[in-house]
Design a protein around this ligand. Structure first.
Ligand code: SF4
Ligand code: SF4
Length: 462
């Protein structure tokens, strides 16, 4: 039984003021892994606006032009369904990996935990070890404290500024952005968004830190719904560690935990993992490294705190492949395959047809004196490819139908063209006829899109 269970429920003052957490740095596999991942991730973000694919940006969210370029694919607003599916796949992947590996997202990949750890790295480099930082925080404002705080805030500002520039570089060309910054010629909106991203990064990474995870992140609240007894969690082995003893010569029957509190001092959310699984735990594994160093010194086996499962802790066999995880993985795989096939076979043309809502129909008499019924349509054509293409527009559904408007269109790469066309036909038998508009690439007839619309006419032939 853990000490927390023996002590009974914890008392929490909901109105207590926030105590800053001064995290101790310990060497170890997980610390090194997280260090490499966060600085590698930051380097990737810095590089992303500069990377290109076949002469186009690798990732560009071009809002004024209303298209997104993602790894060689161009997505238009008409591809909203595809983008929605990508978001659904992302959410489902999160569920799958959470069921399997616990909060691996929070500990290693999430922007918030990665960025507040970057801010902590800079803090540690400027202000020194945990004990020095605690002393500095308590010290009165001397010249040295002002110097250290100023240097830290300068580095934090540079980090926030570089992050904001890189994020903005995904929306506008980075070279134009830097040139505009150098010549003070950025637009008001660009300056606003740069400032917004910089301030939010500074606040979330430098000031709020773990509080964003504890009080703002909804995922922390519902992630336990994805857990099962075989989910990988960071856990303290109470059966081995208790009763803990801080005495140098532990009493007979004492557990392996020497109550050194190192696992608490390294925790970025300030919790004691010995109190059991808590929603505040972001699974960063720093307490594993900390406890392993203690066990090494005591010449005891590592793993008093370790990645394990509830079943394992209870002495039952853990199953990696269980029905719930297999189900999640199967659905995820099916969704990824479907979206991959749909993306690969995507016709790089889009056609929208909108009947003129201002008038139902018109009557027109031809030069030969024949009566024709006229309907007007707004046709929007999109070439989603970077290469130019020529397309033809055809309409079927009525006999002797003629198109008054362009039927062959030369489209530039990624061009969106809007045309008004009139359809003329002899008075049809029914007042509401179905039509089919077809757009076909002249170079490849297999590349075609079709849309349905209606042709309205008087109820009775006049
Ligand atoms: S308890 Fe351990 S794994 Fe959880 S947040 Fe704290 S240090 Fe990270
Ligand atoms: S680091 Fe290990 S030995 Fe020290 S208090 Fe935590 S669990 Fe106990």
């Amino acid at each position: 039984m853990s000490k927390a269970q023996l002590d009974g429920p914890r008392q929490i003052d909901l109105y207590a003021s926030h105590e800053p957490i001064h995290v101790r740095q310990v060497p170890g596999f997980f610390s090194q892994l997280r260090l490499a991942l966060r600085w590698g991730g930051f380097a990737l973000l810095l590089a992303l606006p500069w990377l290109s694919w076949n002469g186009e940006p690798l990732l560009r969210l071009d809002l004024p032009a209303r298209h997104f370029q993602v790894f060689g694919f161009t997505f238009f607003p008409q591809d909203f369904m595809l983008v929605s599916w990508l978001l659904i796949i992302g959410a489902f992947a999160l569920f799958t990996f959470t069921n399997w590996l616990g909060r691996v997202w929070c500990g290693y990949v999430c922007f918030q935990s990665v960025w507040f750890s970057l801010f902590m790295d800079l803090e540690r480099w400027v202000e020194g070890s945990r004990n020095k930082r605690i002393r500095l925080a308590k010290a009165s404002w001397t010249g040295e404290k002002v110097r250290l705080r100023a240097l830290k805030w300068l580095l934090w500002t540079l980090l926030a500024g570089a992050t904001a520039l890189s994020i903005m570089g995904l929306f506008v060309p980075i070279d134009a952005l830097l040139a505009g910054l150098a010549t003070w010629s950025l637009t008001g909106w660009t300056v606003f968004w740069l400032g917004f991203f910089a301030v939010v990064t500074f606040l979330m990474g430098g000031i709020l830190r773990e509080q964003a995870c504890l009080y703002m992140c909804p995922y922390a609240r519902f992630q336990s719904a994805m857990f099962d007894p075989d989910t990988l969690i960071v856990s303290y082995d109470a059966a081995r560690g208790e009763p803990r003893s801080a005495k140098k010569r532990a009493a007979e029957g004492a557990g392996d935990c020497v109550d050194c509190s190192l696992c608490v001092q390294v925790c970025p959310t300030g919790i004691d993992i010995r109190n059991g699984l808590q929603y505040e735990c972001i699974s960063c594994a720093q307490c594993i490294d900390a406890c392993d160093t203690v066990m090494d010194k005591l010449e005891k086996p590592r793993g008093l705190i370790r990645y394990t499962t509830e079943h394992d802790l209870a002495g039952k066999p853990s199953k990696t492949f269980r029905p719930r995880l297999i189900g999640y993985a199967a659905v995820l795989l099916a969704m990824i395959s479907t979206v991959a096939i749909a993306t690969a076979n995507r016709v790089p043309l889009e056609l929208q047809v909108l009947r003129d809502r201002g008038s139902l129909y018109g009557r027109v008499t031809t030069d030969a004196g024949a009566l024709r019924i006229e309907n007007v349509y707004t046709v929007r054509v999109v070439n989603k490819d970077r290469a130019p293409r020529t397309v033809t527009l055809a309409v079927t559904g009525l006999p002797e139908l003629t198109i008054d408007g362009p039927q062959t269109l030369e489209l530039a790469g990624q061009e969106v063209r809007t045309e008004i066309i009139r359809l003329l036909a002899p008075p049809p038998a029914a007042p509401n006829q179905e039509l089919r508009f077809t757009l076909t690439d002249t170079a490849d007839a297999a590349l075609r899109v079709a849309r349905e619309s209606r042709f309205l006419a008087p109820g009775q032939t006049p």
